[in-house]
Write a protein that binds this ligand. Structure first.
Ligand code: UDP
Length: 254
């Protein structure tokens, strides 16, 4: 594997990769065959990780930490080691599906509300004819359901498992089961099935380009306001780190 270019933001490592590089790394993980964890970091993840060291440990142990949130690009610039671009979970899910249809990789979609993973699978197959989706299951991140779900996934033998339970449950679920699953790539994707299925509408490209997708999402899902309080908290912590008031914010490339 090539050396990773990483930026550290408030103690969390984020890979400085482009979308194309991310897809190419996923291919390398599949070729390698050993289990790999891919996470999609945003400011909310970083705030959660400060409160839960076990989540921070999972994120920093990931094989690939994608810069999903626009806030991370801003923070990395402020902290002196800019990230090249935003790489979102939903774009990566769609990109991997295209790659999978071309190369014959099998996918498995776990999580989301009842019927959403199935609807996302249908849309992805429509978009990429020939795509092999080995299974979908809404399930729950509760440990009591785990053995059965792990057994089902192992039998389906996917190359890539997407898990949509929201952070930090999805990353914890993967971390607990990754070795046993024997899946080369497992990735937490949050609300990506909602977007891929068409149940939730993505912000127009120009809104994304202005870095305002979070605001668009808040307008469509106002119940998110409480969670989004993480954004001003994140901004304050980054500015404090920039001023040298905290030891965790150095944007060093690792
Ligand atoms: N979810 C789930 N089971 C749970 C909790 C959440 O399937 O116990 C799903 C939920 O339906 C949604 C996704 O997990 O599709 C979480 O999306 P969220 O909006 O939190 O993720 P984000 O995109 O903000 O990271």
């Amino acid at each position: 594997m090539p050396t990773r270019k990483r930026t550290q933001i408030l103690g969390i490592q984020v890979d400085n990769v482009t979308y194309e590089e991310a897809l190419s790394l996923v291919e390398q993980f599949i070729a390698d065959g050993r289990p790999h964890l891919v996470v999609t970091v945003n400011p909310e993840f970083i705030i959660l990780a400060r409160e839960e060291p076990s989540f921070a440990q999972i994120l920093n142990g990931a094989d690939l930490a994608l810069p999903d949130g626009q806030g991370l690009l801003w923070a990395a610039r402020i902290l002196g080691s800019p990230l090249t671009q935003r790489v979102t979970g939903v774009d990566t899910l769609i990109g991997i599906s295209g790659l999978a249809a071309e190369k014959g990789y099998r996918l498995y979609l776990l999580g989301g509300a009842e019927g959403v993973a199935q609807a996302a699978a249908q849309q992805l197959r429509h978009r990429h004819p020939g795509l092999d989706i080995a299974g979908t299951h809404a399930g729950s991140p509760a440990p009591k359901d785990e053995d059965e779900m792990v057994g089902n996934i192992k039998r389906a033998r996917p190359h890539i498992l997407f898990v949509a339970y929201g952070a930090p449950q999805q990353e914890k679920w993967i971390a607990r089961n990754l070795r046993d699953l024997g899946v080369p790539v497992a990735m937490g994707v949050g609300g990506a099935f909602d977007f891929a299925s068409g149940r939730a509408k993505r912000a127009p490209v120009w809104v994304q380009r202005f870095g305002l997708e979070w605001l668009y999402r808040l307008g469509h899902e106002p119940w998110r306001w409480r969670r989004m309080l993480a954004l001003p908290r994140f901004a304050c912590l980054v500015l404090r780190a920039r001023l040298g008031w905290s030891t965790l914010g150095k944007g060093n490339m690792a």
